[in-house]
Design a protein around this ligand. Structure first.
Ligand SMILES: [Zn+2]
Length: 235
């Protein structure tokens, strides 16, 4: 359960790291912690109750076109008025466009395919939170993550990314590809075996729908204060 009132957006004056222009942009100043009843989907993202919230994670400088995660922009001051995401009014089509701008910035700056895939995924989640179509975003995320996984030098949790790749392909109705990625998730991913098995069953059934994680898996994966069950090593 999450209430939109608990997500607070403030107007902030930030400085563009590229051209030093100052501009006003919404920043998320309060986000409730994840509990077992927080809606989280099987592609391991938290559903935010409004596209404005995820869009606030990205800053966009109209002066030079630079867009990136808001943490790349220095905050000069926070304005005193806060708005709940519901009160924050902006054309909903604009929300995912910030991720599109950040994707273009990332491409120009040669950031890694994994980083670009993460932006594309966030763009897709943002689009859905704003009630817009997501397939093009998922295709973009698949394209970049595929490149990242093809790179033998990529460090980090490859099993985890194979799982995410499986979920992207499942949602794109490319079930054979989804299964082949789920089959490459090993115990190094630190993902619970039952999660991977659930998603294989859903894929085999030809179900491409976005799906909520059951509360026990949200707790297991996202609530570190609770004792974690041991991960099964036989995925
Ligand atoms: Zn700029």
């Amino acid at each position: 359960m999450q209430l939109v009132e608990e997500f607070t957006l403030s107007q902030a004056i930030v400085v563009c790291p590229t051209c030093n222009a100052s501009f006003c942009t919404p920043q998320l100043t309060n986000m409730p912690i994840i509990t077992s009843t927080t809606p989280v989907e099987t592609d391991l993202h938290r559903i935010l109750p409004n596209g404005a919230i995820r869009a606030a994670l990205v800053g966009f400088c109209k002066e030079c076109g630079y867009a990136w995660w808001i943490t790349a922009f220095k905050t000069k001051s926070l304005l005193p008025d806060t708005l709940t995401a519901d009160e924050y009014s902006m054309e909903r089509l604009q929300y995912p466009r910030k991720f599109a701008s950040a994707f273009i910035t990332g491409k120009k700056q040669g950031v890694s395919s994994r980083e670009l895939a993460l932006l594309a995924l966030n763009g897709g989640w943002c689009a859905r939170e704003a009630g817009l179509a997501t397939d093009r975003w998922l295709e973009l995320a698949a394209e970049e993550l595929q490149k990242a996984l093809a790179d033998k030098t990529m460090t980090g949790n490859r099993g985890y990314y194979h799982y995410i790749m499986g979920e992207i392909y499942r949602q794109l109705k490319q079930f054979d590809k989804a299964l082949s990625h789920f089959n490459r998730v090993n115990y190094h991913s630190r993902l619970p075996r039952e999660l991977v098995l659930r998603q294989k069953v859903q894929t085999t059934a030809g179900d491409s729908g976005p799906t909520l994680l059951p509360p026990y898996l949200v707790e297991l994966l996202f609530c570190p204060r609770k004792p974690r069950l041991p991960f099964d090593k036989s995925i």
